[in-house]
Ligand binder design. Structure first.
Ligand code: SIN
Length: 287
């Protein structure tokens, strides 16, 4: 007989409150509704949750993801065989191409309905490097002056996948070996707009919703004006005080909220294998 799942979870927040570690759960099995509700509440509160010691199979990762919500749509990367909603982020020891996810971004923000959550499970963790950094976009917004907040309130930011996955994007131009199968596409060059400041549907907190990788400009501004405003915002958002650095151990699950965070995958592990499995959970139109 399997032991019953605990109903009270142990949440240890980072000192800043942004990011937290969650213990006392076995994610290989379905969570009781009240436990799931606690996990979702902790996720909304802390933005990034780390669940150590979770030896999840692909099926168990898929099942836990579906407990959080329906799968999101992952474009431009070939999914794992037999698992259309799982991406393998794999970098071999002999790869020298820039590691995947190396620029600040919020996942798939160029979609009309970007994913609410991303889940990343560590299979092979290199002995050095390979951390993932997160920026608290809500705190970054809240620390702007009321005058700056009022100026940003009506603005729409232009998002596109083009810089990364477009016909002239980073992946189209690279010549180094890459194990992950990236699908470069003209579709990636399309643009759409989202509110530059979005409101979290659960917490009601406002957050900056722009990133250096996927935000091309601000609707109605000249390129120079956009560059000045976005350049200021990116510098402001990525200050140390808003960053949580996640150090991986094998068999850890990380779940982050794309609606109020952006993230960056650090390199620094050339010569070592790094393997992660990733799923996303559908969100809602940013508002
Ligand atoms: C990503 O999802 O952007 C990559 C994160 C990572 O590999 O740490």
């Amino acid at each position: 007989m399997l032991a019953e799942q605990k109903t009270a979870i142990e949440v240890t927040p980072e000192p800043t409150g942004f990011g937290a570690e969650v213990r006392g759960l076995d994610l290989t099995r379905p969570l009781p509704p009240e436990t799931l509700a606690q996990v979702k509440a902790a996720w909304a509160r802390h933005g990034v949750l780390a669940f150590p010691d979770q030896p999840l199979s692909l099926e168990q990762l898929e099942a836990f993801t579906l407990q959080i919500g329906p799968f999101g749509k992952d474009p431009f990367i070939k999914p794992m065989a037999g698992h259309p909603n799982v991406l393998e982020l794999r970098r071999e020891p002999d790869e020298r191409a820039t590691n995947f996810g190396a620029g600040w971004h919020s996942d798939w923000s160029f979609q009309a309905i970007p994913p609410a959550a991303t889940l990343l499970h560590s299979e092979v963790v290199p002995p050095v490097g390979g951390d993932t950094l997160f920026c608290d976009c809500a705190r970054a917004y809240e620390t702007l002056s009321p005058v700056m907040q009022a100026m940003l309130a009506p603005l729409k930011a232009v998002h596109s996948a083009g810089r990364a996955y477009g016909t002239k994007g980073v992946f189209a131009r690279e010549t180094e070996k890459r194990t992950m199968e990236i699908i470069v596409s003209a579709e990636a060059d399309e643009t759409l707009t989202h509110p530059l400041v979005r409101t979290h549907p659960v917490t009601g907190r406002k957050a900056l919703f722009v990133s250096p990788v996927y935000t091309l400009g601000i609707e109605g501004m000249t390129p120079k004006e956009s560059q000045a405003v976005l350049g200021f915002l990116f510098g402001h958002m990525t200050q140390d005080e808003f960053i949580y650095r996640h150090r991986w151990r094998p068999r850890m699950l990380l779940m982050w909220d794309n609606r109020c965070t952006m993230h960056l995958a650090e390199g620094g592990y050339d010569g070592h294998l790094r393997v992660m499995h990733r799923t996303t959970v559908a969100g809602e139109p940013p508002a």
